[in-house]
Ligand binder design. Structure first.
Ligand code: ARG
Length: 561
């Protein structure tokens, strides 16, 4: 039941629509203020009344409805207290009958949202700098799906640029196929680093690199062949990490995909008089204090922004998106501001539907990873470290698990994902293994552990064959859990609206904590009959929501740990 709506319909204030009243009603955080509250300021103002008098009037009128324990005026507020058994019945039936659909909505029905995330660079390490945009984007992808949107996940691969000419030269000089096969991207990074060192002494290497890049641009078979091999070596590795992180995409159309799609955009900008010469290069002047957007270099080469513009037109045409999100670090703020502005100047009204979902940087706590690979921190090293640490914890806590390695993988990877999705995305953060793996902290493993505890309770306790007695879940601790369960659909919608999966991760910790208190306060195993039944229903509902929430974040929920 939607209590805000029910209350609004019950309240009835002449001259005010029920929807307007419902919009004012909030869930109370503090039990002393009942379960829901209606602040009367706005409505009273509208009616030319005194808010406190209106509150008194409303409370007096609705005090006797059967789903309400009481309605009280407190200054300009009306506080509603629900009958707890009826509320419990309502929430538990709602959660359990919806199953894994609980929390889903049709808010996005008929709308397509494109989400550009991860967008790694070919022949570059998949390093910790790509962790947040990968898991953040994937979480937003799933959250939008849950909210009924049609979603298109796009990995805008960095597979274009002069660096590939350098890499071919390096490969021709020092490349070792066996090493590349064995060490993948790390082998490519090594020869690339070597190229830079040697080119300092021998500038002819740079000329050779330019020539090879030109060959790629001209579609030369050999050049493209080598480049494709770099690409598949990188993707094979990246795919393994995506698999561990439960990340998927619908499209891998990267920068090179737009090679033949930039000219029409440049022509359009020229026609509109926006693209102008600037010392041989071509730029769009943006006005204000924004530097011009460089779209063609003086040697004729296009840029990152040129390809982003072409990609935006392509996506608009192909997917007719309602919104297109770019999950990219805030370091690129200016880049996005600039080319969004180009679209605005060109009169493309849908520029307003492009959203840079900016995020901060993740770094590792000093000394927590030996930097075998220079100063880049490879993401798979981070995951491996988290998994091996969680394997050690399991060894101490639960060595009798049937498949401890699989569980260690789920906990370790889950801890990393949850750890970086726990704060507002814009904040920089320092990742600590100890903090992320603390089973009693505000962590992924803590939520996973609560879920596993629910599973084991349900397995241990036989369900009584009788009608539930909701008095078993009408106490304060149970009601706190019920309220959280009740708010889950709203949590998902606000995470979607603000592009903040942390609303969900925080909710999951709150729910796990509330459940912990309920578990301490109410004996489940020793309860009997209908009381036991209602408590087991609550356990089941919590288990389902924890699992669903974790999965939305990209985290597995093991049944035993
Ligand atoms: N490959 C880029 C980088 O690593 C990120 C691309 C983001 N997406 C985009 N459409 N610009 O910095």
């Amino acid at each position: 039941m939607d209590y805000k709506k029910l209350l609004a319909d019950t309240v009835i204030i002449e001259g005010v629509e029920s929807g307007e009243i419902a919009a004012q009603i909030t869930q109370s955080k503090d039990e002393a203020h009942g379960d829901y509250a209606l602040p009367c300021f706005r409505i009273a103002k509208q009616l030319g009344k005194n808010p406190a008098e209106l509150a008194k009037e409303v409370a007096g009128r609705v005090g006797c409805f059967n789903f309400l324990e009481k309605a009280e005026a407190a200054g300009p507020f009306v506080n509603f207290t629900l009958k707890k058994s009826a509320y419990a019945k309502d929430v538990l039936e709602k959660v359990l009958s919806a199953g894994s659909f609980y929390g889903a909505s049709d808010a996005g029905a008929g709308k397509t949202v494109c989400i550009d995330y991860s967008s790694v660079n070919i022949a570059k390490p998949f390093h910790i700098g790509h962790l947040l945009n990968t898991v953040l984007g994937a979480a937003l992808y799933r959250l939008h799906k849950k909210a009924g949107y049609h979603t298109v996940g796009i990995n805008h691969l960095g597979d274009w640029g002069t660096q590939f000419g350098k890499l071919i030269v390096a490969y021709k000089l020092w490349g070792d196929d066996k090493d590349i096969e064995k060490r993948g991207v790390r082998a490519l990074v090594d020869i690339y680093v070597r190229f830079h060192k040697e080119a300092e002494k021998d500038p002819s290497l740079d000329d050779a690199a330019r020539a090879w890049f030109k060959k790629i641009e001209d579609g030369d078979k050999e050049a493209l062949g080598i480049f494709e091999r770099f690409k598949s070596a990188t993707l094979a590795e990246v795919e393994k990490i995506y698999k561990r992180l439960n990340v998927t995409f619908d499209s891998y159309a990267g920068e090179s995909f737009y090679n033949d799609k930039m000219q029409p955009v440049l022509d359009m900008l020229t026609q509109k008089g926006l693209l102008v010469d600037d010392e041989g290069a071509k730029v769009v002047k943006l006005g204000g204090d924004m530097p011009p957007c460089l779209l063609v270099r003086s040697d004729g080469a296009t840029l990152y922004a040129t390809r982003d513009l072409a990609a935006a037109f392509y996506r608009k045409k192909t997917y007719d998106f309602h919104k297109c999100l770019y999950v990219v670090a805030s370091q690129q703020n200016l880049h996005f501001k600039q080319w969004f502005k180009v679209l605005e100047l060109a009169g493309e009204e849908w520029y307003k539907d492009l959203i840079h979902v900016a995020h901060g940087m993740v770094s590792l706590e000093e000394g927590s990873l030996s930097t075998r690979s220079g100063n880049v921190v490879y993401l798979d090293d981070v995951l491996n470290m988290a998994v091996s640490k969680s394997r050690e914890i399991i060894k101490e806590k639960a060595e009798d698990l049937p498949d401890p390695d699989a569980v260690a993988e789920q906990i370790g990877v889950g801890a990393v994902i949850f750890g970086v999705l726990y704060n507002n995305r814009i904040k920089d953060m320092t990742f600590s293994y100890a903090r992320a793996l603390n089973f009693d902290g505000e962590t992924g493993p803590y939520v996973q552990y609560t879920h596993a505890r629910c599973c084991s309770l349900l397995q241990k306790c036989a369900e009584p064959d009788c009608e539930p007695d909701y008095a078993g879940v009408a106490g304060a601790e149970a009601v706190a859990v019920l309220k959280l369960l009740d708010s889950y659909p709203d949590v998902i919608l606000s995470a979607v609206e603000k592009y903040e999966p942390c609303y969900l991760s925080r909710f999951l910790v709150d729910l796990a904590q509330a459940f912990g208190k309920f578990y301490l306060a109410c004996n489940i195993a020793k309860a009997e009959g209908g009381i036991k039944k209602s408590r087991l229903m609550l356990v089941k509902a919590v288990k389902g929501v924890l699992k669903d929430g974790l999965e939305l974040l990209g985290i597995k929920a093991p049944e035993k740990m």
